[in-house]
Design a protein around this ligand. Structure first.
Ligand code: KIV
Ligand code: ZN
Length: 526
């Protein structure tokens, strides 16, 4: 039996939180993650307490298959789900990829709207209906937990949708997903569609209904919550609302709305909301997609009170202008943690507290960089250590390593970069002029490691903490053959952080080339 179905049977107000950050989110432009990043996110999602992690689309590529398979081996609590079209090979790949999971689900889908059936599938409604039964039956041969989705459900005719849902349940699906694939519906219409299915499908009590609402009209969360109010018991969502086009319903908004308005939405879930800020930040760092400052729950201004009237009210009574506390989503005051004279043991123990256990070499390198940072920056906060250690962890196994950088910048040009890199262990240096220091640095990297088919799509700089001596956290995105590679770098010197971020992205690109064609892409000797 599906674990989710079982949970809702036991408690009719239980809402299953189905996270699709690593599938619908990851497939949107610029959000690609490598295996290591997907695993890191999966572990964090498991800690957050989501019920289901949709880990990917196994048939899409060998990399997608491996990621789902590794996540299935790693995740301890959540159900691990693999997506498949209603195609034999897809379902078999999904079944094989999720096999090691403690609790596993196959999610299979086919379009049901007249538009999609005619123009995309070129199938008649009868053929689609027959395929629903066959695909769900095949999926059931791999696991008891099968979810079936009617792609473009919100533009599907009621009678046909009811027939398909009934067939899917009869074939063994216990979760029925009603996607608003193109973000077209509005709350009252979506709620009525969920209520209609519950009223009309004869075997509906053998399954739970699920929402999957895209955000093209900015209604993803509102539609999902209206679906819930009308009887749906699973919500599909993503961290920071990433996903195809305008994205999906944002997990953090759904969960905090449910928590804050228990009075009118008395539903339960297992989410540990204090983990929300951490996972949101991690996803932004990995993908280079920062959230807008005024984004609900996780934006930088979500808990900032700037106007005098609001500040005055807050001082008198926090609830005057605060409907939820920053602590409830895991935001705490920045902690001043270390100083210049802190020793190696204190450094190691602080890192452990922050969740990092480094090997001896990595610890030595990180400690040396910490000392260097402490010389340059008056106060070191937890955020500084996290940025520094994450930056360090990128470099451990990379073929191209940053060695040194001198930059000539300012008004009396030409601006130039004098850069040394270690390429497969051999140090090489070059001095290059550019249109500004960043341009000079990136040109210098291109000169030492030619990669003419890749282009720079994103260059973004953030301050890790406040103050003019704050560390810069830089994201660089390179694109080659429509594949994106995000790199991050952190340093008190923005230009050094920029070089490190570019090298991180380039190392990922070279590693990908090597995995695709080991003969032609050997290390950095291009
Ligand atoms: O938006 C959609 O319809 C989907 C399906 C695969 C569920 O993502
Ligand atoms: Zn979707």
């Amino acid at each position: 039996m599906s674990r989710a179905f079982d949970l809702v049977q036991q408690d009719p107000n239980r809402v299953i939180i189905f996270d699709t950050t690593l599938r619908d989110g990851e497939q949107s432009p610029g959000c690609a993650m490598n295996l290591e990043e997907k695993l890191k996110m999966a572990v964090m999602l498991d800690d957050l307490g989501v019920d289901v992690i949709e880990a990917g689309f196994p048939v899409a590529s060998a990399g997608d298959f491996e990621a789902v398979h590794e996540i299935a081996k790693t995740v301890k609590n959540a159900t691990v789900c693999g997506l498949s079209r209603a195609v034999k090979g897809d379902i078999e790949a999904a079944g094989a990829a999720i096999k090691p999971a403690e609790s596993k689900r196959i999610h299979t889908f086919i379009s049901t709207s007249p538009l999609h059936m005619k123009h995309k599938l070129k199938m008649s409604p009868d053929e689609v209906l027959e395929t629903v039964t066959k695909s769900v039956r095949l999926a059931r041969s791999f696991t008891d937990d099968v979810e079936w989705s009617a792609e473009d459900a919100t533009r599907t005719e009621d009678d046909f949708l009811c027939q398909c849902v009934e067939a899917a349940i009869k074939a063994g699906a216990q979760v029925i997903n009603i996607p608003d694939t193109v973000g077209y519906t509005v709350p009252q219409e979506y709620g009525a569609q969920i209520a209609m299915l519950l009223a009309r499908v004869p075997n509906i009590n053998q399954a739970i209904l699920s929402t999957h609402c895209h955000n093209d009209l900015g209604l993803g969360v509102a539609n999902s919550l209206t679906g819930l109010a009308n009887g749906a018991r699973q919500i599909e969502c993503t961290v920071n609302g990433i996903g195809e086009r305008a994205g999906n319903a944002a997990l953090e908004e759904i969960v905090m709305a449910l928590r804050t308005r228990q009075d009118i939405m008395p539903y339960t879930n297992d989410i540990e909301t204090t983990q929300i800020s951490k996972i949101s930040k991690m996803l932004s760092t990995i993908t280079g997609f920062s959230v807008q400052p005024n984004k609900a729950i996780v934006g930088a201004n979500a808990f900032a009170h700037a106007s005098g009237i609001h500040q005055d009210g807050m001082l008198k009574h926090a609830q005057t202008y605060e409907i939820m506390t920053p602590e409830s989503v895991g935001l705490t005051e920045s902690n001043l943690v270390m100083a210049k004279h802190s020793g190696r043991a204190a450094f190691r123990s602080k890192l452990k507290e922050l969740g990092f256990e480094l090997g001896d070499n990595a610890l030595n390198d990180a400690f040396a960089r910490f000392k260097d940072l402490a010389d340059r920056k008056k106060e070191i906060f937890e955020e500084d250590l996290v940025a520094l250690v994450e930056d360090e962890s990128h470099y451990e196994h990379e073929a191209i390593k940053f060695v040194s950088l001198q930059v000539q910048a300012g008004t009396s040009g030409p601006q130039s970069a004098d850069l040394c890199l270690s390429l497969d262990g051999e140090e090489q240096c070059v001095k290059v002029e550019g249109n500004g220091p960043v341009d000079a640095i990136f040109k210098a990297i291109r000169e030492l490691v030619p990669h003419k088919d890749a282009h720079l799509q994103l260059y973004q700089v953030h301050a890790v903490t406040g103050g003019t001596d704050a560390q810069a956290e830089v994201t660089v995105r390179l694109v080659e053959d429509e594949k994106t590679f995000n790199g991050q770098g952190a340093d008190a010197d923005t230009l050094v952080a920029s070089a490190r971020a570019y090298l991180h992205a380039l190392n990922k690109l070279l590693a990908k080339r090597e995995s695709v064609n080991p003969q032609t892409a050997v290390g950095v000797t291009l």
